[in-house]
Design a protein around this ligand. Sequence first.
Ligand code: SF4
Length: 369
Amino acid sequence: MLDIKINQQQIEMLQTDLLKWFEKAKRDLPFRQTRNPYYIWISEIMAQQTQIDTLIPYYNRFIATFPTVFSLAQASVDEVIKTWEGLGYYSRARNLHQAAQIIVSDYEGNMPETFAKLLKLPGIGPYTGGAIASIAFNEKVSAVDGNVLRVISRYGNSFDDIGDAKTKKRMTAFIEGILPDAAGDFNEALMELGAVICTPQSPKCLICPIRSGCQSHAAGTTEQLPVKKKKTKQLTKKMEVGIVKQNSCLFFVRRPDSGLLSGLWSFPITETVAGHGQDIKKKLAENFHELNEPIFIGTNRHVFSHIVWEMSIYGFDLDNAIREPVSTSHLVSNQAHTRTDYQFKALSEIDDLALPVAFSKLLDQLTNF
Ligand code: SF4
């Protein structure tokens, strides 16, 4: 049972005051000038882990490169990832690409128009599905993100833990029960209020359009809400990275199609077991018949959302070793595109790879190698 204290009158105030405010005060964003579901979809996927102000140039570039779902579906996954470069969380770009291909093959290029059908596409969960269905197709369905959870927790003075999946489920059902006919505007207005007025720190209650019905404002508990209990600690992993150099070119591998940084190019990397570069040397034996002893280059650290990599970097200079060509028997088919999973690249060509930051930040350490 949701611990929320809002009566019918406060619900009506929330609906009317919020919508009135949103109509006048909403930010002028490029994806608010359209009801085109394709554009709304792209903007919502970008907004999942990126602030709205930050994503605008990326959104404009993406839409200019792939103006329709057909152009996105026809592009190679590498082109899509390259255009996504800088936004991080690359699985979003891969899912967009895959979903675009499904929309073209199964829906003749038209975005599915219901929440239920949208949920079947890769990368679309309840929040994104709700946002597209309500904003583009005006379906009466909620879109509950962190902003919305914060606003409703405060408005109803709820001390339920918003990090708990059960709270989110109940909160979603509660919002669904109070959605007005203009569900898309109402969802957007809740998100907007959370982004610009009812912010995590120092909410601007004095200028808030729904202050008169806000229960936490009346109770003086705004600063304590929402309740979000701490998650478990990040996992730290010790890793060995292999930098293989030949004729001033560096060796790159494509990461597996699932898991962290899936499908992206990287330096060879493996978990540390024996240490001293022996683990990565063993892994590289898959590609090189004979390697010299690893040269220690340095260490680096990269923090993902749930994992920290503590990386020891080792160099292997093939100019001083017995040269063996990289196997070319690893050509695999990726749906419409044939791709290779290994390649040497000159430093001047590395930009083409859209190398994730976890690896591109190591390049500065290689100047003396
Ligand atoms: S009055 Fe303050 S706490 Fe309540 S919704 Fe508005 S900004 Fe948030």
